[in-house]
Write a protein that binds this ligand. Structure first.
Ligand code: SAM
Length: 369
Protein backbone atom coordinates (compact mmCIF):
# COMPACT_ATOMS: atom_id res chain seq x y z
CA UNK A 1 0.00 0.00 0.00
CA UNK A 2 2.64 2.52 1.10
CA UNK A 3 4.69 2.05 -2.05
CA UNK A 4 1.89 3.25 -4.32
CA UNK A 5 2.73 5.93 -6.84
CA UNK A 6 0.44 8.02 -8.96
CA UNK A 7 0.43 7.18 -12.63
CA UNK A 8 0.60 10.03 -15.16
CA UNK A 9 -2.97 11.02 -15.96
CA UNK A 10 -3.59 12.88 -19.22
CA UNK A 11 -6.93 14.46 -20.12
CA UNK A 12 -7.70 14.70 -23.82
CA UNK A 13 -8.93 18.22 -24.59
CA UNK A 14 -11.94 17.58 -26.81
CA UNK A 15 -12.05 21.27 -27.80
CA UNK A 16 -8.96 20.61 -29.91
CA UNK A 17 -8.91 16.90 -30.68
CA UNK A 18 -10.63 13.58 -30.05
CA UNK A 19 -9.77 10.51 -27.96
CA UNK A 20 -9.37 8.41 -31.14
CA UNK A 21 -6.97 10.90 -32.71
CA UNK A 22 -4.84 11.05 -29.56
CA UNK A 23 -4.72 7.24 -29.32
CA UNK A 24 -3.62 7.06 -32.98
CA UNK A 25 -0.96 9.72 -32.27
CA UNK A 26 0.48 7.80 -29.30
CA UNK A 27 0.45 4.52 -31.19
CA UNK A 28 2.47 6.19 -33.94
CA UNK A 29 4.88 7.40 -31.25
CA UNK A 30 5.49 3.75 -30.31
CA UNK A 31 3.13 3.51 -27.30
CA UNK A 32 1.08 0.30 -26.92
CA UNK A 33 -2.62 0.78 -26.22
CA UNK A 34 -3.58 -1.62 -23.41
CA UNK A 35 -7.31 -0.85 -23.75
CA UNK A 36 -9.75 0.29 -21.11
CA UNK A 37 -8.90 -0.45 -17.47
CA UNK A 38 -11.44 -2.73 -15.75
CA UNK A 39 -10.57 -2.06 -12.14
CA UNK A 40 -8.56 0.22 -9.88
CA UNK A 41 -6.35 -2.81 -9.05
CA UNK A 42 -5.42 -3.01 -12.72
CA UNK A 43 -4.39 0.66 -12.60
CA UNK A 44 -2.39 -0.03 -9.43
CA UNK A 45 -0.43 -2.83 -11.16
CA UNK A 46 0.03 -0.64 -14.18
CA UNK A 47 1.39 2.25 -12.09
CA UNK A 48 4.26 0.02 -10.88
CA UNK A 49 5.54 -0.37 -14.41
CA UNK A 50 7.58 1.75 -16.73
CA UNK A 51 7.65 1.70 -20.50
CA UNK A 52 5.79 3.00 -23.54
CA UNK A 53 2.18 2.00 -23.05
CA UNK A 54 -1.09 3.45 -21.80
CA UNK A 55 -4.59 2.55 -20.62
CA UNK A 56 -7.93 4.33 -20.87
CA UNK A 57 -9.36 5.18 -17.45
CA UNK A 58 -12.38 3.24 -16.21
CA UNK A 59 -14.24 6.20 -14.63
CA UNK A 60 -13.34 9.31 -16.64
CA UNK A 61 -13.94 9.31 -20.37
CA UNK A 62 -11.16 11.03 -22.33
CA UNK A 63 -8.60 10.29 -19.61
CA UNK A 64 -5.49 8.28 -20.48
CA UNK A 65 -3.22 6.66 -17.92
CA UNK A 66 0.53 6.32 -18.46
CA UNK A 67 3.28 4.89 -16.23
CA UNK A 68 4.44 7.42 -13.62
CA UNK A 69 7.78 8.21 -15.24
CA UNK A 70 6.19 9.37 -18.53
CA UNK A 71 6.94 13.05 -19.13
CA UNK A 72 4.82 15.05 -21.55
CA UNK A 73 5.98 18.57 -20.73
CA UNK A 74 7.80 18.83 -24.07
CA UNK A 75 5.29 16.83 -26.10
CA UNK A 76 3.81 18.83 -28.96
CA UNK A 77 0.27 17.70 -28.10
CA UNK A 78 0.73 19.08 -24.59
CA UNK A 79 2.37 22.36 -25.59
CA UNK A 80 -0.38 22.96 -28.16
CA UNK A 81 -3.17 22.41 -25.57
CA UNK A 82 -4.47 19.13 -27.04
CA UNK A 83 -3.56 17.38 -23.79
CA UNK A 84 -4.08 18.63 -20.23
CA UNK A 85 -2.01 17.14 -17.41
CA UNK A 86 -4.63 16.81 -14.69
CA UNK A 87 -4.97 14.39 -11.78
CA UNK A 88 -7.86 11.96 -12.14
CA UNK A 89 -9.64 13.12 -8.95
CA UNK A 90 -9.57 16.74 -10.07
CA UNK A 91 -11.45 15.72 -13.26
CA UNK A 92 -14.40 14.58 -11.12
CA UNK A 93 -16.12 17.90 -10.22
CA UNK A 94 -16.70 19.14 -13.80
CA UNK A 95 -17.55 15.61 -14.99
CA UNK A 96 -20.18 15.19 -12.25
CA UNK A 97 -21.58 18.70 -12.68
CA UNK A 98 -22.05 17.81 -16.34
CA UNK A 99 -23.68 21.00 -17.68
CA UNK A 100 -25.47 20.50 -20.99
CA UNK A 101 -24.06 21.92 -24.23
CA UNK A 102 -24.77 25.67 -24.33
CA UNK A 103 -25.34 26.01 -20.55
CA UNK A 104 -24.49 29.08 -18.48
CA UNK A 105 -21.96 28.03 -15.85
CA UNK A 106 -19.95 29.68 -13.06
CA UNK A 107 -16.53 28.54 -11.91
CA UNK A 108 -16.43 30.35 -8.56
CA UNK A 109 -12.74 29.99 -7.60
CA UNK A 110 -11.26 29.16 -10.94
CA UNK A 111 -7.49 29.73 -11.28
CA UNK A 112 -5.32 28.22 -12.65
CA UNK A 113 -8.24 26.91 -14.67
CA UNK A 114 -7.96 23.20 -15.41
CA UNK A 115 -11.58 22.70 -14.34
CA UNK A 116 -12.68 25.77 -16.30
CA UNK A 117 -11.20 24.35 -19.47
CA UNK A 118 -12.86 20.99 -18.75
CA UNK A 119 -16.22 22.77 -18.25
CA UNK A 120 -15.73 24.63 -21.55
CA UNK A 121 -15.07 21.27 -23.25
CA UNK A 122 -18.25 19.79 -21.74
CA UNK A 123 -20.44 22.71 -22.93
CA UNK A 124 -18.51 22.51 -26.24
CA UNK A 125 -17.52 26.19 -26.07
CA UNK A 126 -21.16 27.15 -26.44
CA UNK A 127 -23.06 29.02 -23.74
CA UNK A 128 -20.94 30.79 -21.12
CA UNK A 129 -18.43 29.97 -18.41
CA UNK A 130 -18.07 32.88 -15.94
CA UNK A 131 -14.82 32.33 -14.05
CA UNK A 132 -13.81 34.28 -10.91
CA UNK A 133 -10.59 34.43 -8.96
CA UNK A 134 -9.12 36.84 -6.44
CA UNK A 135 -5.51 36.22 -7.37
CA UNK A 136 -4.27 38.37 -10.27
CA UNK A 137 -1.17 36.27 -10.99
CA UNK A 138 -3.06 32.98 -11.02
CA UNK A 139 -5.69 34.55 -13.25
CA UNK A 140 -3.00 35.63 -15.73
CA UNK A 141 -1.63 32.04 -15.84
CA UNK A 142 -5.19 30.86 -16.35
CA UNK A 143 -5.71 33.20 -19.26
CA UNK A 144 -2.68 31.67 -21.05
CA UNK A 145 -3.83 28.13 -20.26
CA UNK A 146 -7.35 28.75 -21.60
CA UNK A 147 -6.00 30.36 -24.76
CA UNK A 148 -3.76 27.35 -25.36
CA UNK A 149 -6.70 25.00 -24.69
CA UNK A 150 -8.86 26.76 -27.31
CA UNK A 151 -11.47 27.94 -24.78
CA UNK A 152 -13.58 30.76 -26.17
CA UNK A 153 -16.77 30.74 -24.06
CA UNK A 154 -15.17 32.11 -20.88
CA UNK A 155 -15.57 35.46 -19.16
CA UNK A 156 -12.80 35.90 -16.59
CA UNK A 157 -13.10 38.31 -13.68
CA UNK A 158 -10.51 39.23 -11.07
CA UNK A 159 -13.23 39.43 -8.46
CA UNK A 160 -14.24 38.11 -5.04
CA UNK A 161 -16.91 35.50 -5.77
CA UNK A 162 -18.61 36.32 -2.47
CA UNK A 163 -19.27 39.83 -3.81
CA UNK A 164 -20.80 38.69 -7.10
CA UNK A 165 -24.46 39.68 -7.06
CA UNK A 166 -26.60 36.56 -7.72
CA UNK A 167 -29.50 38.78 -8.85
CA UNK A 168 -27.47 40.57 -11.53
CA UNK A 169 -29.39 39.91 -14.80
CA UNK A 170 -26.05 38.77 -16.28
CA UNK A 171 -26.24 35.61 -14.15
CA UNK A 172 -29.95 35.07 -14.61
CA UNK A 173 -29.43 31.94 -16.70
CA UNK A 174 -26.68 30.38 -14.59
CA UNK A 175 -27.83 26.80 -14.04
CA UNK A 176 -24.59 25.08 -12.94
CA UNK A 177 -21.86 26.25 -10.53
CA UNK A 178 -18.51 24.69 -9.64
CA UNK A 179 -17.13 25.64 -6.21
CA UNK A 180 -13.53 24.53 -5.75
CA UNK A 181 -12.45 26.99 -3.04
CA UNK A 182 -9.10 27.50 -1.36
CA UNK A 183 -8.44 24.61 1.03
CA UNK A 184 -5.65 23.16 3.15
CA UNK A 185 -4.45 21.11 0.17
CA UNK A 186 -3.89 18.25 2.62
CA UNK A 187 -4.74 15.73 -0.11
CA UNK A 188 -1.77 16.80 -2.21
CA UNK A 189 1.31 14.59 -1.60
CA UNK A 190 3.71 17.44 -0.79
CA UNK A 191 1.15 19.16 1.47
CA UNK A 192 0.65 16.20 3.78
CA UNK A 193 4.00 16.68 5.52
CA UNK A 194 3.59 20.45 5.77
CA UNK A 195 0.28 19.95 7.52
CA UNK A 196 1.44 17.27 9.92
CA UNK A 197 4.42 19.49 10.80
CA UNK A 198 2.10 22.34 11.85
CA UNK A 199 1.44 22.78 15.55
CA UNK A 200 -2.02 21.50 16.60
CA UNK A 201 -3.67 24.84 17.42
CA UNK A 202 -2.18 26.54 14.36
CA UNK A 203 -3.59 23.77 12.16
CA UNK A 204 -6.98 23.96 13.89
CA UNK A 205 -7.17 27.75 13.45
CA UNK A 206 -6.24 27.47 9.80
CA UNK A 207 -8.80 24.74 9.17
CA UNK A 208 -11.50 26.78 10.89
CA UNK A 209 -10.75 29.86 8.76
CA UNK A 210 -10.71 27.79 5.58
CA UNK A 211 -13.92 25.95 6.35
CA UNK A 212 -15.66 29.25 7.20
CA UNK A 213 -14.75 30.56 3.73
CA UNK A 214 -15.77 27.26 2.09
CA UNK A 215 -19.22 27.46 3.76
CA UNK A 216 -19.68 31.06 2.60
CA UNK A 217 -18.63 30.29 -0.98
CA UNK A 218 -20.88 27.23 -1.23
CA UNK A 219 -23.82 29.00 0.38
CA UNK A 220 -23.37 31.95 -2.00
CA UNK A 221 -23.40 29.60 -5.00
CA UNK A 222 -26.69 28.06 -3.85
CA UNK A 223 -28.25 31.53 -3.72
CA UNK A 224 -28.18 32.07 -7.50
CA UNK A 225 -31.84 32.12 -8.50
CA UNK A 226 -31.71 29.74 -11.49
CA UNK A 227 -28.98 27.40 -10.32
CA UNK A 228 -29.98 23.73 -10.47
CA UNK A 229 -26.70 21.96 -9.72
CA UNK A 230 -23.71 23.02 -7.62
CA UNK A 231 -20.63 20.85 -7.27
CA UNK A 232 -18.36 21.36 -4.25
CA UNK A 233 -14.81 20.02 -4.17
CA UNK A 234 -11.60 20.27 -2.19
CA UNK A 235 -8.19 18.63 -2.37
CA UNK A 236 -8.35 18.22 1.40
CA UNK A 237 -8.63 15.07 3.47
CA UNK A 238 -10.06 16.88 6.53
CA UNK A 239 -13.63 16.27 7.62
CA UNK A 240 -13.89 19.96 8.71
CA UNK A 241 -13.45 21.09 5.09
CA UNK A 242 -15.55 18.31 3.58
CA UNK A 243 -18.42 16.45 5.28
CA UNK A 244 -18.83 19.12 8.00
CA UNK A 245 -19.25 21.87 5.38
CA UNK A 246 -21.73 19.82 3.34
CA UNK A 247 -23.77 18.84 6.42
CA UNK A 248 -24.16 22.47 7.58
CA UNK A 249 -25.02 23.74 4.11
CA UNK A 250 -27.71 21.08 3.65
CA UNK A 251 -29.29 22.20 6.91
CA UNK A 252 -29.21 25.85 5.84
CA UNK A 253 -30.54 25.20 2.31
CA UNK A 254 -33.48 22.78 2.43
CA UNK A 255 -34.12 23.60 -1.25
CA UNK A 256 -31.10 21.46 -2.13
CA UNK A 257 -30.29 17.78 -1.68
CA UNK A 258 -27.28 15.63 -2.53
CA UNK A 259 -27.02 13.52 -5.66
CA UNK A 260 -25.64 10.01 -5.17
CA UNK A 261 -22.85 10.36 -7.69
CA UNK A 262 -20.81 7.65 -9.43
CA UNK A 263 -22.12 4.65 -7.41
CA UNK A 264 -19.25 2.49 -8.68
CA UNK A 265 -16.69 4.80 -7.01
CA UNK A 266 -15.32 2.83 -4.04
CA UNK A 267 -14.53 5.58 -1.52
CA UNK A 268 -17.51 7.55 -0.12
CA UNK A 269 -17.94 10.43 2.32
CA UNK A 270 -17.22 9.73 5.97
CA UNK A 271 -20.29 8.46 7.80
CA UNK A 272 -20.95 11.66 9.76
CA UNK A 273 -24.51 12.52 8.63
CA UNK A 274 -27.41 10.82 6.87
CA UNK A 275 -26.63 10.86 3.14
CA UNK A 276 -22.85 11.37 3.48
CA UNK A 277 -22.39 8.24 1.33
CA UNK A 278 -23.58 10.36 -1.65
CA UNK A 279 -20.26 12.26 -1.46
CA UNK A 280 -17.02 10.97 -2.96
CA UNK A 281 -13.61 10.82 -1.42
CA UNK A 282 -10.41 9.97 -3.25
CA UNK A 283 -7.01 8.87 -2.00
CA UNK A 284 -3.75 7.42 -3.21
CA UNK A 285 -4.33 4.09 -1.47
CA UNK A 286 -8.01 3.56 -2.40
CA UNK A 287 -8.45 5.25 -5.77
CA UNK A 288 -4.89 5.88 -6.97
CA UNK A 289 -5.35 9.65 -7.06
CA UNK A 290 -4.55 12.66 -4.90
CA UNK A 291 -6.68 13.07 -1.78
CA UNK A 292 -9.92 14.74 -2.84
CA UNK A 293 -13.57 15.29 -1.90
CA UNK A 294 -16.64 15.98 -4.09
CA UNK A 295 -20.33 16.57 -3.34
CA UNK A 296 -23.01 17.40 -5.89
CA UNK A 297 -26.03 19.48 -4.78
CA UNK A 298 -29.26 19.51 -6.79
CA UNK A 299 -32.16 21.92 -6.35
CA UNK A 300 -35.24 20.00 -5.23
CA UNK A 301 -38.32 20.24 -7.44
CA UNK A 302 -41.47 21.46 -5.59
CA UNK A 303 -42.63 17.83 -5.41
CA UNK A 304 -39.25 16.67 -4.02
CA UNK A 305 -39.31 19.55 -1.52
CA UNK A 306 -42.82 18.53 -0.36
CA UNK A 307 -41.71 14.90 0.07
CA UNK A 308 -38.55 16.03 1.85
CA UNK A 309 -40.56 18.17 4.31
CA UNK A 310 -42.95 15.27 4.92
CA UNK A 311 -40.04 12.89 5.56
CA UNK A 312 -38.36 15.42 7.81
CA UNK A 313 -41.58 15.83 9.79
CA UNK A 314 -42.03 12.07 10.14
CA UNK A 315 -38.33 11.76 11.10
CA UNK A 316 -38.87 14.48 13.70
CA UNK A 317 -41.97 12.69 14.96
CA UNK A 318 -40.03 9.44 15.10
CA UNK A 319 -37.14 11.14 16.85
CA UNK A 320 -39.56 12.77 19.29
CA UNK A 321 -41.34 9.46 19.82
CA UNK A 322 -38.09 7.60 20.40
CA UNK A 323 -36.89 10.38 22.74
CA UNK A 324 -40.14 10.05 24.67
CA UNK A 325 -39.77 6.28 24.65
CA UNK A 326 -36.24 6.68 26.01
CA UNK A 327 -37.49 9.12 28.64
CA UNK A 328 -40.09 6.51 29.64
CA UNK A 329 -37.44 3.81 29.57
CA UNK A 330 -35.37 5.96 31.92
CA UNK A 331 -38.39 6.19 34.16
CA UNK A 332 -38.90 2.44 33.98
CA UNK A 333 -35.25 1.89 34.73
CA UNK A 334 -35.38 4.30 37.66
CA UNK A 335 -38.65 2.73 38.79
CA UNK A 336 -37.18 -0.73 38.65
CA UNK A 337 -34.01 0.42 40.32
CA UNK A 338 -36.16 1.95 43.06
CA UNK A 339 -38.09 -1.32 43.24
CA UNK A 340 -34.92 -3.37 43.28
CA UNK A 341 -33.52 -1.00 45.91
CA UNK A 342 -36.71 -1.50 47.87
CA UNK A 343 -36.44 -5.23 47.23
CA UNK A 344 -32.86 -5.31 48.44
CA UNK A 345 -33.88 -3.24 51.46
CA UNK A 346 -36.65 -5.75 51.99
CA UNK A 347 -34.20 -8.63 51.64
CA UNK A 348 -31.82 -7.13 54.17
CA UNK A 349 -34.74 -6.34 56.52
CA UNK A 350 -36.01 -9.90 56.08
CA UNK A 351 -32.60 -11.39 56.64
CA UNK A 352 -32.01 -9.05 59.58
CA UNK A 353 -35.27 -10.10 61.21
CA UNK A 354 -34.61 -13.79 60.49
CA UNK A 355 -31.16 -13.43 62.04
CA UNK A 356 -32.76 -11.74 65.05
CA UNK A 357 -35.34 -14.58 65.29
CA UNK A 358 -32.57 -17.22 64.98
CA UNK A 359 -30.55 -15.46 67.71
CA UNK A 360 -33.63 -15.28 70.01
CA UNK A 361 -34.33 -19.02 69.39
CA UNK A 362 -30.67 -19.88 70.14
CA UNK A 363 -30.80 -17.75 73.33
CA UNK A 364 -34.03 -19.49 74.46
CA UNK A 365 -32.42 -22.91 73.83
CA UNK A 366 -29.33 -21.92 75.88
CA UNK A 367 -31.54 -20.54 78.72
CA UNK A 368 -33.52 -23.86 78.75
CA UNK A 369 -30.39 -25.92 78.97
N1 SAM B 1 -10.45 25.34 -9.60
C1 SAM B 1 -9.04 25.63 -9.80
C2 SAM B 1 -8.48 24.67 -10.83
O1 SAM B 1 -8.99 23.56 -10.97
O2 SAM B 1 -7.53 25.01 -11.51
C3 SAM B 1 -8.29 25.60 -8.52
C4 SAM B 1 -8.84 26.55 -7.49
S1 SAM B 1 -7.86 26.76 -6.06
C5 SAM B 1 -8.23 25.34 -5.14
C6 SAM B 1 -8.73 27.99 -5.18
C7 SAM B 1 -8.71 29.34 -5.84
O3 SAM B 1 -9.65 30.17 -5.16
C8 SAM B 1 -7.39 30.09 -5.75
O4 SAM B 1 -6.93 30.38 -7.04
C9 SAM B 1 -7.73 31.38 -4.99
O5 SAM B 1 -7.04 32.50 -5.51
C10 SAM B 1 -9.21 31.50 -5.25
N2 SAM B 1 -9.99 32.30 -4.29
C11 SAM B 1 -9.82 32.40 -2.94
N3 SAM B 1 -10.77 33.20 -2.42
C12 SAM B 1 -11.57 33.60 -3.42
C13 SAM B 1 -12.71 34.44 -3.51
N4 SAM B 1 -13.23 35.02 -2.43
N5 SAM B 1 -13.28 34.63 -4.72
C14 SAM B 1 -12.75 34.04 -5.83
N6 SAM B 1 -11.66 33.27 -5.80
C15 SAM B 1 -11.07 33.04 -4.62
Amino acid sequence: MLGRVLPRYVRVNTLKTSLDDVITYFKRQGYANKGKARSIEELVDFAQKSGKFFLQDLHIPNLLVFPPSTDFHNDSLYTSGHLILQDKASCLPALLLDPPVGACVIDACAAPGNKTSQLAAIVQNKGKVFAFDLDTKRLATMSTLLLRAGVTCQELANQDFLKVNPCDPKYQKVSHILVDPSCSGSGMPNQMRVLTDEAGSEKEERLQALSAFQRRALSHALSFPSVQYVVYSTCSIHQQENEDVVKDILQQHPDFGLVNVLPSWPLRGLDTFAGSECCLRASLTETLTNGFFVALFKRRSPEERRLYEELKQSDLHQEEASNRENENKDLVISDSSVQSKRKSEQISQDSASSTKKKRKKKKRKTDQS
